[in-house]
Ligand binder design. Structure first.
Ligand code: BV8
Ligand code: ZN
Length: 250
């Protein structure tokens, strides 16, 4: 990671008045939470995340899909926020007009002290009825079905007895309108957007950094790899979030 780039990025942050921090699964990687693409290891290795994270997959095999989300939720429960999450919370504390927008479905930003991150893709901790949308508790004593150890029967809605589903946004589903509108508004009015740990491949979330850049914000990218967002980044810091972000808020 280039020291001059870090100094340039730190100077951009020091002068920014309205900051948006836009995060993807990479910021949780160092907490041991697999990214979406890596969330299919071991028992799940022969599945395709993009096929499993769909309404059709839940319709066809609700116990398999519920079992995958329960496995992911248990991984998040055992994880702790890393220095990257804590640095994001420090940025929020330092810049009064700052907004965190996340594609992640974990609760690590909240546990690191971020006040009200905008979850564009929902949350593992907000299951709801698949029919009447009545909120359901996130069970912590879920029991795996005998057999391959993947399937778990989803609970039933207390109100209408339909199956409870994960509270996430699946492929082909609309994002929560309120969160998306608030994210676009923040990106439209910020003078700095920091994009952390996202490949920028999933839409419409990937529009957020592009909206900010189009409307004149400076953009800092934190990612060990190149991504399509290189095209809109003023500075790309090639390193892991838990190492790079603390250097920006020192
Ligand atoms: C929509 C929740 C329309 C679920 C997620 C064809 C058919 C249907 C739709 C489409 C189609 N073609 C395109 C689309 C649109 C589609 C889309 O964008 N597809 C992509 C694949 C092309 N989008 C949708 O379907 C969206 N909805 O369009 O609806 C509509 C409108 C109105 C009415 C009805 C319908 C919904 C998209 C949301 C899907 N849900 N998550 C769950 O989690 O199970 S998306 C999911 O994948 C994640 O949330 C994340 O956002 C995304 C990518 O996941 P990851 O790979 O894990 O993360 P990321 O990409 O961020 O990559 C990790 C990065 O971190 C890497 O770059 C890596 O280098 C970096 N990294 C690694 N370690 C570190 C690090 N960085 C820093 N530090 C480190 N240590
Ligand atoms: Zn219901």
């Amino acid at each position: 990671m280039d020291e001059p780039d870090v100094r340039e990025a730190a100077a951009l942050l020091a002068h920014a008045r309205r900051v948006v921090v836009f995060t993807g699964a990479g910021i949780s990687a160092e907490s041991g939470v697999p990214t979406f693409r890596d969330a299919l290891t071991g028992l799940w290795r022969r599945f395709d995340a993009q096929a499993l994270a769909t309404p059709e997959a839940f319709r066809d095999d609700p116990a398999l899909v519920w079992g995958w989300y329960e496995w992911r939720r248990s991984r998040v429960r055992r994880a702790v926020p890393n220095a990257g999450h804590l640095a994001v919370a420090a940025i929020e504390a330092r810049v009064p007009d700052s907004v965190v927008v996340t594609q992640n479905v974990d609760d690590l930003h909240e546990r690191a002290g971020s006040v009200a991150p905008l979850h564009l893709h929902g949350s593992l901790f907000a299951p709801r009825c698949s029919v009447c949308a009545h909120p359901a508790p996130a069970p912590d004593d879920a029991v795996r079905e005998p057999g391959d150890g993947r399937r778990m029967s989803p609970p039933r809605c207390a109100r209408c007895r339909a199956l409870v589903r994960p509270g996430v946004v699946w492929f082909g589903e609309a994002l929560p309108a309120g969160a998306l509108e608030a994210a676009v508004e923040a990106a439209s009015g910020c003078d700095l957007l920091i994009t952390v740990g996202t490949s920028g491949l999933v839409y419409p979330a990937a529009e957020i950094p592009q909206v900010a850049a189009r409307l004149g914000a400076r953009v800092i990218q934190v990612n060990p790899e190149r991504t399509p967002l290189d095209a809109v980044a003023d500075v790309s810091l090639r390193g892991p979030a838990a190492q790079v972000l603390p250097a920006l808020v020192r």
